[in-house]
Design a protein around this ligand. Structure first.
Ligand code: F6P
Ligand code: MG
Length: 465
């Protein structure tokens, strides 16, 4: 029997705190941001915007009261292309679900869909991303981290271009370094960083912070992932495609792009494919347009004030933008979006048997075309493991269900920000609980919700053990 999924009323969980405390704050932030937008518009757009604002306020009350999760109306489904998974779930297993008792995973995903629907129903706001302001301002605050990484990437590229053949061990070191960068890039998640200061952001980005956090990676399959890509390179495989199921835009996306640059330069991948969200999601998740915005921001000296085009910082940023443009124009980097990534279903549905919500299509694409699929971040981890109350020592391959055996190589890079935790060696949970208890008395058991610890877990289901 499978353990139950986390629910919004599970005592002592981060999920409960999120549903009762964090969601109302998050919706209030959306209301405040709508107000700011409204200050700059007039006419029909202002009228529609004011309506959305009032509906958001009512939606916040609905969540706070703990109302029943309602189905999307026919009009909403049609106008906003709501995938059928939402109403199917609410007709079936979730028919009695309220904001206070529902499964955490589904209700959180559903909440974002409800927010977007309010915008989607108003003709002059359909494409509006309410989280854009906060995405942009946090990326701007990442200035120091961005410049530090751009400088590192620039000098590395120079080195690699003058010395083409890297041996196995130096390639391994670079792979480790950039996997680490991509991993800790996930600590900059806007749904958690709502009140972060510039110093807070600086303290989690940059080489020094990563060094300090090394021992906080509790499971680390980086070397095994490297070995399999290295073997493919040595076998002179014509196409080595690595997929990224992305998480957050801004700094994390920037860090992921660094990893792509290094994979391609080392010949560990010949092509990378990014999977983006098709609607604004979990505040900061990457949509296709966020990639374009990022490239634009990196080129804009007002956004990142690195001085004239001659400074080494400006040259490093320009070099990175040029690298990205080359990667996309030669199809070595491709970006896609799919509704599958923004529905409430977990990733056990990435399976040939899942015929309703595009799970079989995603499975076919990833199992036949990709050598490695990197799932970034916390929500992806929750979806991989079904967000269930697994014992923390449950083997990774058990917790990801069919994905352990259906032809997809899964690599999860996660800084832990939610209750579900699996794959730990015996005794680790107890040890970290004690440690966190000294920082947060009474909350030791919630260490896996702090974003301070991480796991890198691989399952090679092309060659299952
Ligand atoms: O609201 C909780 C949550 O869903 C957690 O999973 C995590 O804290 C965050 O939102 C999303 O994190 P990430 O961007 O890493 O998926
Ligand atoms: Mg996210």
């Amino acid at each position: 029997m499978l353990p139950p999924r986390y629910r919004n009323n599970d005592e002592g969980t981060f999920g409960k705190h999120t549903a009762f405390v964090r969601w109302p704050i998050l919706i209030q932030n959306a209301i405040d941001d709508t107000d700011e937008e409204l200050a700059a518009v007039e006419g029909e757009r202002a009228t529609q915007g004011a309506l959305i604002r009032d509906q958001l306020a009512e939606f916040k009350r609905e969540v706070e009261r703990g109302d029943l999760l309602r189905k999307f109306t026919v009009e909403e489904v049609q106008k906003c292309n709501i995938p059928s998974q939402f109403n199917d779930y609410l007709t079936d297993e979730g028919r009695d679900a309220t904001w206070h008792t529902a499964e955490w995973l589904f209700s959180e995903v559903y909440m974002y869909r409800r927010i977007n629907t309010l915008f989607g129903m108003q003709p002059l706001w359909t494409k509006f991303d309410i989280f854009d302001r906060v995405k942009q301002s946090t990326f701007k605050s990442s200035f120091h981290g961005v410049v530090e990484l751009a400088l590192r990437f620039h000098s590395l590229s120079m080195q690699l271009s003058s010395n083409k053949q890297q041996d196995r061990e130096s390639s391994r070191l670079l792979f480790r370094e950039f996997v680490d960068i991509s991993l800790w890039g996930n600590a900059t998640d806007l749904s958690l960083l709502t009140n972060a200061t510039l110093d807070d952001i600086k303290s989690i980005q940059g080489a020094e912070a990563r060094k300090k956090s090394e021992s906080n990676i509790l499971v680390n399959d980086t070397d095994a992932a490297f070995d399999l890509l290295w073997d493919l390179k040595c076998a002179k495989k014509e196409e080595i495609r690595v997929d990224f199921v992305l998480d957050n835009s801004g700094f994390e996306l920037f860090a992921d792009l660094m990893l792509v640059g290094v994979l391609i330069q080392l010949g560990l991948a010949t092509k990378c494919v990014f999977h983006c969200k098709d609607t604004p999601f979990m505040v900061s998740d990457t949509m296709l347009k966020d990639y374009d915005t990022l490239v634009h921001d990196l080129s804009d000296r007002n956004f990142f004030p690195t001085g004239t085009s001659e400074t080494k910082e400006s040259r490093a940023l320009d070099h990175f933008v040029k690298t990205l443009k080359e990667l996309t124009s030669t199809n070595k980097l491709e970006l896609q979006e799919d509704s599958f990534w923004t529905i409430g279903a977990d990733y056990w549905n990435i399976d040939p048997k899942e015929q309703k919500y595009r799970g079989a299509i995603i499975h076919k694409e990833l199992s036949t075309k990709s050598e490695l699929v990197i799932f970034k971040g916390d929500l992806n981890y929750r979806k991989l493991t079904g967000d269930r109350r697994w014992p923390r020592t449950t083997p990774w391959r058990t917790a990801i269900g069919p994905l352990a055996n259906n032809g997809i190589r899964v690599l999860s890079l996660r800084t832990a920000k939610a209750d579900v935790q699996v794959g730990l060696p015996e005794g680790v949970d107890e040890k970290v609980t004690k440690l966190w208890e000294t920082t947060k008395p009474g909350e030791g058991h919630l260490w896996m919700t702090s974003g301070k610890w991480a796991t890198i877990c691989l399952s090679d289901s092309k060659n299952p053990e």
